[in-house]
Write a protein that binds this ligand. Structure first.
Ligand SMILES: CSC[C@H]1O[C@H](OP(=O)(O)O)[C@H](O)[C@@H]1O
Ligand SMILES: Nc1ncnc2[nH]cnc12
Length: 308
């Protein structure tokens, strides 16, 4: 029972899994602790479960809350990313239930996207740097190709009847919570879209600002509304997510086993992103213009940020 678990954990946790629709827990892993830290941006969407996989601790967070009570635009994404970063996480594997925009991406297939088009509507808080501090981090490649390679190497762990892992794809992240119109769905297909969801952004942007290695793994649940089959609805998504859950669990196990290897230690610690945010922020707002409150919030993410 979660309530009997320790509420603190004093060993480093570098890897996190964010579960989305239909993936509110990771059964089969040994629970070690459950944490609920308050961040300068509020509480995360769910308590963070520390689980052990073959001796490696991983953090698990349910994006939409324990009861799926947060709509995509209500998810406290800044608190989620900040809480994970603050506890030592540098490497995030984020799962998402997605609609397929391509015939060959069938429900139950997985996709490791490499690009995103932002179709959110500017109503979600999307940066850590505001209110007296400006930062512009690079986002040309929204996902991390290093961890993407590891995920692809683990494709055989999925083992589900005929489900395939597609090694790249263009994700459309829409606003929601309503699904797309048929015209929108067809438009995204002309753009070359592979899959569509409502949750990749601002999660991927905030993870980049926090210098974290971030890769989303998409699990197809439907053909949205462009296909000759039935239009997407919630029942369809949940039915396929029940089937996708097993594959997700196997894939996580294989990915964490690989990440635990010595050869990946720098990548898991996000060494290749270190210092990028400092460059993006410190060169912008001159010291005289910086708000003490905004500076303090940044220290929650990067304790030594202002030391030099
Ligand atoms: C219930 S379908 C729409 C919902 O499903 C996806 O959630 P997540 O990405 O968290 O798995 C999609 O993004 C929408 O939030
Ligand atoms: N068709 C769809 N559109 C947006 N998000 C989704 N998540 C699952 N299916 C989806």
């Amino acid at each position: 029972m979660a309530s009997e678990l320790p509420t603190t954990f004093d060993k480093p946790v570098h890897i996190a899994v964010i579960g989305g629709t239909g993936l509110r827990s990771l059964p089969g892993y040994t629970p070690l602790a459950v944490l609920n830290p308050e961040t300068p941006w509020g509480f995360p969407s769910s308590p963070i479960h520390i689980l052990s996989h073959n001796g490696v601790p991983i953090a698990f967070l349910a994006r939409h809350g324990v009861h799926h009570q947060f709509a995509p635009h209500e998810v406290p994404v800044r608190a989620n990313i900040a809480a994970l970063r603050h506890m030592g996480v540098r490497c995030v594997i984020a799962f998402s239930a997605v609609g397929s925009l391509q015939e060959d991406i069938r429900p139950m297939d997985f996709v490791v996207p490499d690009q995103i088009i932002d179709r959110t509507k500017g109503i979600r808080p999307f940066t850590f740097f505001e209110g007296g501090l400006v930062g512009h981090v690079g986002f040309a490649d929204p996902f991390d190709h290093k961890i993407a390679s590891v995920v692809k190497e683990c494709a055989s762990a999925m083992g589900g009847e005929g489900s395939k892992l597609h090694e790249k794809g263009l994700m459309i992240c829409m606003e929601g919570p309503q699904f797309s119109t048929r015209a929108e769905s067809n438009l995204y297909r002309t753009w070359g879209g592979s899959v569509i969801n409502m949750s990749a952004l601002p999660e991927a942007k905030l993870a980049r600002e926090a210098e974290m290695v971030y890769q989303m793994i998409c699990m197809a649940t439907d053909y949205d509304c462009w296909h000759s089959t039935e239009d997407v609805d919630v029942a369809m998504v949940l039915e396929y997510m029940t089937k996708n859950g097993e594959n997700a669990k196997h894939l996580v196990g294989a990915v964490v086993d690989k990440l635990a290897r010595e050869e990946h230690s720098d990548m898991v610690l996000g060494k290749h992103w270190e210092g990028e945010t400092a460059k993006a922020v410190k060169f912008m707002t001159k010291p005289e213009g910086r708000s003490p409150d905004a500076m303090k919030k940044v220290e929650y993410l990067f304790p030594d940020f202002w030391k030099d």
